[in-house]
Design a protein around this ligand. Structure first.
Ligand code: NOJ
Length: 558
């Protein structure tokens, strides 16, 4: 067993997190939009799934330009989602079930309807002018050539004062100026207000974008593009950690709250400076997410996947913690990305589940992932909702691309794939709403839904239930040391988890072909099969040479 010093214990290292994208979870009042009472009615379902922490996407007052990531009042609830009273009730109900609640904290930017921005916009002399990033035009156009992450310029001209404001995301999400100390104090005050309410932590949106490169200089532009992708100028730029540490010192460090930062641009080499004592608890990493964008054919790059996972596991064993995830509201469904939505749908959904879930870190489950929801079908422009998809349409239409071509390009990558309503049952609109859903329900809800899987022992849902139980009952899955096995194997991802008394072995064939592998006597002796995704689990005895069926996964323990 392991000679490695065990990772230090903390409550937030032991949790399983479930991400609720509120507007797509469950609609209680028939307006077609998921809401807080809808979530409350499903808390027992989440408890039964083995969830410890619920993260809800932004429920704040907002014009909903970016589905709530554009906040116009940090201390109010958007009426479509319910009221502050509903929120308070949600917190009570979650705590009553022994679970915790974390909320999305969007402090890189606000909505253009936030009172701070409205005041900032009023005049160049406004006391809040410097709370945002305003610049004069340069040569009668934008102050620099930066492109927004959602397409087009990262600047918008404001007629009233004849200056531009910066928006790294949508034009209705002006960036806050983190150099301004008064602005920071106002944000910290707001965070304390939520902590006083008793919430248990935050997911920090776009935290690595808070600092922009001083001088706001142009990006190199050899191709003479109108705007140039500008991540280098506003993502994890030197000096950002001063903002992060100040934020932690003045807020989270004063309480026992859970923090997970969305950290685009932070690598396994520098994550140690982001997380750890007095810093964030964990980050959502993008090194691994880059695998999502790098292959439009949706083939799994197993060698790269192994490399990224191993580096992050090693980097965070004694410093902070890993946030383990394969889905969220910004990426496509994993079974469509790396699994098989036809012949091996159940097998691939469960193999991917065991593969990531039992590594070291806090596993995150994105709503619908636990029933193997897939990407959806788009037939026309009106099937898309996401602001970035709409911007993409606009741009490609000016380039004379037909809608059919644009849809073909967007369908495998659109964020809307993950945002279709949760599939609860075979009832109309998948049981999500009695009205017209804000985004079309995936037509496969008749086959893929909670009701159909609830009682089926072999379902994806029951596999996830078994996974959470296994992790809860065996500390080796929480604190055990991670070691990659079979590094060179082209089909299988395997690893061990060790502590002073146990060893776990997780083996997943991530391809649609059968795979042979030799585990070796040393790892296999005394091991018992404790979980698998094949219907007949006969071989409980440990063999060293394994023949794995397509997308077969096995977990052994001794
Ligand atoms: C990251 C969020 O996850 C995404 O949904 C949002 O569009 C951007 N940040 C901007 O807030």
């Amino acid at each position: 067993m392991s000679n490695h010093p065990p990772a230090q214990k903390s409550w937030w290292k032991e949790v399983v997190v479930y991400q609720v994208y509120l507007r797509s979870f469950l609609d209680s009042n028939g307006d077609g939009i998921g809401d807080i009472p809808g979530l409350i009615s499903k808390l027992d379902y989440l408890k039964d799934l083995g969830i410890d922490v619920i993260w809800i996407s932004p429920m704040y007052k907002s014009p909903q330009d970016d589905n709530g990531y554009d906040i116009s009042d940090y201390q109010d609830v958007h009426s479509q989602f319910g009221s502050m009273r509903d929120f308070d009730q949600l917190l009570i109900e979650i705590h009553a079930r022994g679970m915790k609640l974390i909320i999305d904290l969007v402090i890189n930017h606000t909505s253009d309807e936030h009172a701070w921005f409205v005041e900032s916009r009023q005049s160049k002399e406004s006391p809040k002018r410097d709370w945002y990033i305003w610049r004069d035009p340069k040569d009668n156009r934008e102050p620099n050539n930066w492109e927004s992450i959602f397409g087009g310029s990262a600047w918008r001209f404001d007629e009233h004062t004849k200056q531009y404001f910066m928006h790294v995301f949508s034009a209705r999400q002006p960036d806050l100026n983190w150099e301004n100390l008064d602005m920071r104090e106002a944000v910290y005050k707001m965070i304390h207000w939520w902590m006083d309410k008793g919430i248990d932590g935050f997911r920090l949106d776009a935290i690595s974008h808070m600092r922009k490169e001083p001088g706001l200089g142009d990006m190199p532009n050899p191709d003479k593009l109108p705007y140039v992708s500008s991540f280098d100028k506003h993502m994890n730029v030197p000096g950002i950690l001063d903002y992060v540490y100040d934020l932690c010192d003045k807020t989270f460090n004063k309480r026992d709250v859970f923090t997970v930062g969305e950290a685009n641009g932070v690598s396994s080499a520098d994550v140690g400076q982001w997380v750890g004592d007095g810093r964030l608890n964990m980050v959502i990493q993008f090194e691994y997410l880059s695998l999502w964008s790098s292959d439009p054919q949706n083939r799994i790059d197993l060698a790269k996947l192994k490399d990224v996972f191993t580096r992050w596991q090693a980097a965070l064993e004694h410093q902070g913690w890993n946030a383990l995830f394969v889905e969220n509201h910004d990426i496509t469904r994993v079974v469509s990305k790396w699994g098989d939505t036809e012949k091996f749908w159940r097998e691939s959904a469960t193999a991917i589940a065991a593969m990531y879930f039992l590594m070291q870190g806090a596993p995150f489950i994105y709503q619908g992932q636990e029933i193997g929801m897939t990407n959806t079908v788009f037939n026309g422009f009106e099937d898309f909702d996401d602001v970035s998809a709409k911007n993409y349409f606009k741009k490609r239409r000016t380039e004379n691309a037909s809608d059919a071509v644009i849809i073909k390009e967007l369908a495998p990558i659109s964020r809307d794939n993950a945002r279709t309503p949760m599939q609860w049952s075979t009832a109309s609109q998948a049981g999500f709403t009695t009205g017209k859903p804000w985004l079309k329900v995936n037509p496969n809800y008749l086959q893929i839904n909670v009701e159909a899987q609830d009682e089926d022992p072999d379902s994806v849902l029951n596999f996830y239930r078994r996974l959470t139980r296994l992790r809860r009952e065996n500390p080796v899955f929480v604190y055990g040391h991670f070691e990659l096995q079979l590094r060179e194997h082209a089909q299988v991802l395997a690893y061990t988890r060790d502590n002073s008394t146990s060893r776990a072995l997780v083996i997943s064939n991530l391809t649609g072909r059968s795979a042979s592998c030799d585990i070796g006597e040393a790892l296999m002796s005394g091991a018992n099969l404790v979980l698998g995704n094949m219907k007949s689990l006969e071989q409980t005895k440990a063999e060293t040479k394994l023949e794995l069926a397509p997308y077969e996964t096995r977990v052994y323990l001794r």
